[in-house]
Design a protein around this ligand. Sequence first.
Ligand SMILES: C[S@@+](CC[C@H](N)C(=O)[O-])C[C@H]1O[C@@H](n2cnc3c(N)ncnc32)[C@H](O)[C@@H]1O
Length: 225
Amino acid sequence: MTGRTRKIPRDAVHHPLFARVYEKVGPIADERAGVGARRRELLAGVSGRVIEIGAGSGLNFAHYPGAVSEVVAIEPERRLRQAALQAARRAEVPVDVVPGAAEALPVKSEAFDAAVSSLVLCSVRDVERSLAELLRVLRPGGELRFFEHGRAPGRVQAAVQRAVDRTVWPVLFGGCHTARDVLASIEAAGFEVVSHRRLRVPEGSTRIPSSPCVLGKARRPPLLA
Ligand SMILES: C[S@@+](CC[C@H](N)C(=O)[O-])C[C@H]1O[C@@H](n2cnc3c(N)ncnc32)[C@H](O)[C@@H]1O
């Protein structure tokens, strides 16, 4: 043994301060800003084997219906992954929490009936690669459920979003960006958007750069005979 200390490798995503805050604030937002109700809506009717990317502290786990046979929950941030492991123990469906990043999912191709992305595509390093990975791991005809915030429809708010994305926002919120056009990216990746609706979080008059959201279903096109 030499006098040198061995360095523990950093996770692909390392936002310990954000993780600490999200662990505390996430459940409050679920209750007071209506996010919990959106999670229920997001996951209603999902069934079979499910992969969830960027599962965070596991706030979706309690909302999976009984028809889900297994959830593989991918989370790259160590602290959030620990919290997700605890949430998985309380969940009513089997949840396997796995380290990994959306850009290189550590699972086989065409292995899942459904995929879930909630409040994640704002933070991944590469949206295109992440969506290509989701397409790869879903079976043909498999569903993508998404609840994401993104680009505002109005020019002024979109300009504000671009400004905060270039400055404080990603630093303060774990690599998050507010101006991404998530729905356009989902379509460009090759998914068929089945349904979607635009909403604001929080609802009502309070507007923050991450307020404009989209919630919906898309699917990997089925194989043609
Ligand atoms: C705002 S949190 C949302 C957490 C959770 N999905 C939810 O709905 O509460 C963003 C999450 O994306 C994760 N994340 C960031 N970069 C990622 C990447 N490249 N691949 C997968 N997850 C990522 C973060 O670690 C964090 O858990």
